[in-house]
Design a protein around this ligand. Sequence first.
Ligand SMILES: [Zn+2]
Length: 213
Amino acid sequence: MRLTENARDLFLPAACASCRSAPAAGSGLCADCTADLLALRPLLAAPAVRTAPPVVAGGPYAGALAEALNEYKERSRRELAPALGAVLARALAVAAAEVPDAVLVPIPPTRAARRARGFDHVATACAGHGDLHRVLRARPRPDSVGLAPRQRAAAAAASLHAVPRRLAALAATGRPVILVDDIVTTGATLDAAARVLRGAGVRVPAAVTVAAA
Ligand SMILES: [Zn+2]
């Protein structure tokens, strides 16, 4: 099946990642879906985990944005990075106005996810949109489906750790951090990341995501 799909991708012009019908431009999206993404306005997400930093999302996880994000993550359609990065950048503009001189810390993929995808999808989407500091690493993570919120929070907390030397260097600058992730659901991952950074004395007043579920 996968072979057939790969062969099809080789010989036909790529279909739009969102609507899958119209042929895509080099951006991976057709003109209509590109317009849908451009029409999105950033929103303030309200994650269930109250201790998570406030989150500005590029748009709701629905429609063209959800489809494009899924194709980007699950089918490694890296050509979508600029379009999704533009959505992220609008959320970032809102957050950065409240947090001057902030650096960006992306939520890292697990090693397995990165290998499967072939690239770090969050860091790639925010490339060029700020001062990126990769101070976090992800441990292998058990599937969180079916976990209660408390178990999910514990799994998220255990899954992230700092690169000590990089975190110390970041803390020494005194600059605040805006966390970056692809999607916010409960906020457990962002909360866990913020705790790691705050443990080193780094302020984390905000987070941005491409989409809010
Ligand atoms: Zn389309």
